[in-house]
Design a protein around this ligand. Structure first.
Ligand code: ZN
Length: 127
């Protein structure tokens, strides 16, 4: 059985896509971090407000928002790590090969989710 691999040209293409995605994700993560730092400043002044009961609702919403952006930020970091791992797989030539069935992952799927490590069939079986 011959080992399946992507051509160097294909790998170079995906590397470019991944690097672009990584840059965009980093930019997004940065702006979220800035926003949530800014929000926590607002939260303090709201909490100090004399009309405590009235503002409780606002505080709730704010911390929910903050939690949401924190979760999003965490997810974004995870996403960047996945991209890094995909970039490593490009370097060692295993990129685009399903880690479960060891078949090449269809290009349509890789273009959509370049950081994937499984073909659709294997991914669905795991769920
Ligand atoms: Zn598979």
């Amino acid at each position: 059985m011959t080992a399946k691999k992507m051509t160097k040209k294909q790998l170079a293409e995906y590397e470019k896509i991944l690097l672009n995605m990584r840059q965009k994700a980093m930019d997004d993560a940065d702006s979220i971090k800035e926003n949530s730092l800014h929000d926590s400043g607002n939260l303090d002044s709201t909490a100090r407000d004399s009309n405590y009961a009235y503002h409780m609702a606002d505080v709730g919403t704010d911390s929910q928002e903050r939690e949401k952006s924190f979760l999003w930020y965490t997810r974004e970091n995870k996403f960047i790590r996945h991209i890094d791992e995909a970039l490593i797989r490009i370097k060692d030539g295993t990129f685009g090969i399903c880690k479960t069935c060891e078949e090449l992952i269809p290009h349509a799927r890789l273009k959509e989710v370049p950081n994937t490590t499984q073909c659709v069939a294997c991914k669905n079986e795991n769920h």
